[in-house]
Design a protein around this ligand. Structure first.
Ligand SMILES: [Zn+2]
Ligand SMILES: [Zn+2]
Length: 226
């Protein structure tokens, strides 16, 4: 789908493609613009068939992956990183607090029966407020801990959408019972970083369908206004 709410089409045209990968039904997003450059967010492809699906989309649209971004490092969100790193020569960008999950990813993968060939470390930290650029496009990094340590969201201000990982879902929020989870911290992240965005901002979560900031602000049973 094309996301553009400005007349200046050439300066604001991000195409967002969603894939649903692995047993945990993780949303992997490919964002591209008119230059052909693209970024991959949460490469969750876990088996050859899923890797080929992603690769085919990139190839048939003549895209050039230039960055690999991570919202957080729970094992279901990182399974495809080795493939992307090897295939496109990218390095993983995320938050260094992800290390605790990456260090234990093999154990988690084993206990959930997920195929994990290798664990890619975060090579470069993305900090709150930093701008992630690709092609003619820009994403703003939002630091949003609470579901996981080092959770990040990626906000496309011009195109009015935000990728929220497992922080905010349609009618739900991320669980806080896993290591590093904290409900009050998560609530604060949502209110201070996400609910301050314009209400028409489309939310693309790490699992499930999209929603909007306005919808969740008024109707989300976990964090809406009372
Ligand atoms: Zn998670
Ligand atoms: Zn998840």
């Amino acid at each position: 789908m094309y996301l553009c709410f400005s007349d200046a089409k050439e300066s604001c045209m991000i195409e967002l493609k969603r894939f649903v990968f692995n047993a945990f039904q993780v949303n992997t997003y490919v964002l591209s613009d008119e230059t052909g450059e693209c970024v991959i967010v949460d490469a969750a492809c876990s088996v050859t068939e899923e890797q080929e699906t992603l690769e085919r989309y990139i190839r048939t649209h003549s895209l050039r992956p230039v960055r690999l971004l991570s919202t957080h490092a729970h094992v279901d969100h990182i399974l495809g990183n080795p493939y992307i790193v090897d295939h496109y020569g990218l390095k993983l960008e995320g938050h260094f607090d992800s290390k605790i999950y990456l260090d234990h990813a093999s154990q988690f993968a084993f206990s959930y029966d997920l195929p994990l060939t290798r664990v890619e470390p975060v090579s470069r930290q993305l900090n709150d407020g930093e701008l992630v650029r690709f092609g003619n496009s820009t994403l703003k990094v939002l630091y949003t801990p609470g579901h996981a340590l080092g959770s990040l969201c990626f906000y496309a201000e011009k195109e009015a959408f935000v990728i929220t990982g497992d922080v905010l879902f349609r009618d739900s929020i991320g669980r806080t019972d896993l290591p590093g989870g904290d409900y009050e911290v998560l609530r604060q992240s949502i209110w201070e970083k996400l609910f301050v965005l314009p209400e028409n901002t489309i939310v693309y979560p790490g699992h499930g369908p999209e929603t909007s900031i306005g919808r969740e602000k008024t109707g989300n049973p976990f964090v809406a206004i009372g």
